[in-house]
Design a protein around this ligand. Structure first.
Ligand SMILES: Cc1cc2nc3c(=O)[nH]c(=O)nc-3n(C[C@H](O)[C@H](O)[C@H](O)COP(=O)(O)OP(=O)(O)OC[C@H]3O[C@@H](n4cnc5c(N)ncnc54)[C@H](O)[C@@H]3O)c2cc1C
Ligand code: FES
Length: 273
């Protein structure tokens, strides 16, 4: 883990309220693994750094994709090319890809897509075939189609072999929640992309998505890794502010996670997060 001053290479609003920032930092980029995150100091008036996942890493640069939520991300969204950011990272554990190349399934709820692009790129590099289920409330919340390229010329969805889009109102793709697609269509998708009981599933999304997934009999026999988003203060295991209950005792999301096995987390205890 390093604390580094990183140069803003570009900052693009890829859709309303969602920004893609590329940063130059060979020290951090060379260490980053899919699933890990950085803590960004967002101006002088925010006491705590903000956690953001690695979205993509290319030749000494890395990207973060984020939704503007409050003071910190608002400040970040206003950074310009040439600005300097104070970054701490890489932090946390990472997703574990299969030892031998296979078909893998990625499930994204909303901005949960952010860390899954880096995972898909690495999985692709290792010879895996990557399918993405991506769920949002409505069409206007879907990330730009493959037509839109980011400023560095890397297409957002290039690493995915199959993409299934899901909208709650049915305005594009499959109608329902992304978890409905898991239930209703996995059989069909199975035939399309050869998903088996041993297929590794990776997910990133909001807590209700994980709670639904944890109750799906369909996923009981499948290995499922999820990335948890909880409020963090230090991000380095010092303050215990991000502690959760798991089948293996108390765990700190920032240091033991953010990636956990779906089955290991006591989801009913996570109501207050
Ligand atoms: C490991 C990890 C990775 C993340 N990766 C991404 C990402 O790639 N893209 C993205 O859009 N968001 C990501 N988030 C969520 C992101 O950190 C929050 O949206 C952000 O901190 C909000 O800060 P704010 O100052 O804009 O909002 P405020 O609401 O003003 O934040 C106030 C405080 O709450 C914390 N906070 C608020 N919402 C969250 C949240 N959902 N998770 C954790 N802390 C929160 C902030 O860090 C801050 O301390 C991630 C969270 C974690 C824990
Ligand atoms: S945020 Fe301080 S221990 Fe995790």
């Amino acid at each position: 883990m390093k604390q580094v001053l990183s140069l803003v290479v570009s900052n693009t609003e890829v859709m309303p309220g969602v920004h893609l920032i590329w940063l130059e930092s060979p020290q951090i980029a060379s260490l980053a693994q899919p699933g890990q995150f950085i803590m960004v100091r967002c101006g002088e008036d925010t006491l705590l750094r903000r956690p953001l996942s690695f979205h993509s890493v290319v030749m000494g640069r890395f990207a973060v994709l984020f939704t503007v939520i409050g003071r910190g991300t608002q400040w970040l969204s206003q950074r310009q090319t040439g600005d300097i950011l104070d970054i701490l990272g890489p932090l946390g554990n990472s997703f574990t890809l299969p030892n031998t190349p296979q078909e893998i399934l990625l499930v994204a709820g909303g901005i949960g897509f952010a860390p899954l692009r880096f995972l898909a790129e690495e999985a692709n590099r290792q010879g895996n075939r990557v399918t993405l289920f991506m769920g949002v409330p409505k069409r206007s919340k879907l990330l730009p189609s493959p037509i839109l390229e980011d400023p560095l010329g890397h297409e957002l969805f290039a690493a995915f072999h199959n993409i299934f889009r899901v909208t709650e109102d049915g305005s594009e793709g499959y109608k329902g929640m992304v978890t409905d697609l898991l239930v209703d269509r996995l059989d069909k998708v199975d035939r399309l992309v050869h998903i088996k009981d041993t297929t590794q599933v990776f997910a990133c999304g909001p807590l209700p998505m994980y709670k639904t997934m944890s109750g799906l009999p369909l996923l009981k026999n499948k290995p499922v890794q999820v990335s948890l988003e909880v409020r963090m203060a230090c991000g380095r295991g010092f303050c215990y502010g991000c502690t959760i209950k798991t089948k293996h005792g108390l765990k700190k999301v920032c240091a033991d996670g953010p990636v956990f096995e779906l089955d290991d987390i006591l989801w009913d205890e996570l109501n207050s997060l």
